[in-house]
Write a protein that binds this ligand. Sequence first.
Ligand code: PMP
Ligand code: GLN
Length: 383
Amino acid sequence: LVPRLRPFTSTIFAEMTALAVRTEAINLGQGFPDTDGPDGMLEAAKNALFGGANQYPPGPGRPELRRAVARHRERYGLSYDPDTETLVTAGATEAITAALIALTEPGDEVIVIEPYYDSYAAAVAMAGATRRVISLVEGANGRFVLDADALRAAVTPSTRAILVNSPHNPTGTVFTREELSVIAEVCVRNDLIAITDEVYEHLVFDEAEHLPLAGFPGMRTRTVSISSAGKTFNCTGWKIGWVCATPDLVGAVKAAKQFMTFVSGGPLQPAVAHALDHELPWAGRLRESLQAKRDRLSKGLAEAGFAVRPSSGTYFVCADVRPLGFTDAAELAWQLPERIGVAAVPVNVFTDHPDDWKHLLRFAFCKRDEVLDEAVNRLHKLG
Ligand code: PMP
Ligand code: GLN
């Protein structure tokens, strides 16, 4: 393996899920739901499978899916031409990697905000670019907030792009209008490309609202907006993602993408088109149910002795292990499955500064209530 990829030989999700399976632990580590998506979407996939949609779809994606993606973006007041400004990818993961490979050169710097989704560092490395990491900081009420000064200070003459994930995995932070305005202003002032990971766009709670960065002044032409169906429609294994951007930017991403997978998920594409067009009310109910699950798990974790941080979106809530007498959440995470039969993920594996983040565990709440309750029962044994 080449040196620049040596830090990326395995993923925390594969390792922790393997440990959970081996120990028969409840897996609140890797984020995936334990129920299926909407029946209408599954029916549409079945019909496509038995209806002959089993050969290569068009390179940029099935036209009905590209039209549905563009219509979905209109909900935010953003217009994209389905033919020239959308692209279907193998999940958001491929879209992010292809965007970085297509848009950065060795020597370019990419600003990444930690804690960051694990594929970002690997994708920057595959592109041969350099990641420049800034940290979210803990605000007054435990919310993790953007450090505007750190962001401004991170820009150098070599900075080419910034990767922005909101709603944010693992903290559950949903960036506010003010935070996104700062990012937009830094991008415009320094002529940067923004690559946005919006896979949790429909999973926002309470008063939080998902605002696409592309909607901010000066950003429509410099933002590669990425999302996918996995989280919105409980189908994380389908890996149907998409990109919306200007024809130039989409063309660049497509140039890289076509030699990574060319195409994928032929019969699933019409089903996701159906879901985007008809199943958003279902996704709204999913959002409500996840909000209740967030409350259920957060309350349970607090009663078990953790100091729980607020989460306004995603599948995840972070909890501080120090009130229970532990100092190293990573060490604890590797013991938990065997010790009490619960798996969680240490937050510091998503960072370049593991010591700063070593007190936090990430728990996924996208599970049936009885599973969450049993996990909480077991976590009480820690106290
Ligand atoms: N980005 C974030 C922040 C994620 O949590 C995930 C995990 N599913 C992905 C991207 C990957 O999305 P996909 O499965 O569509 O590739
Ligand atoms: N997005 C999921 C998480 O953060 C996992 C995806 C994966 O296993 N690569 O838990």
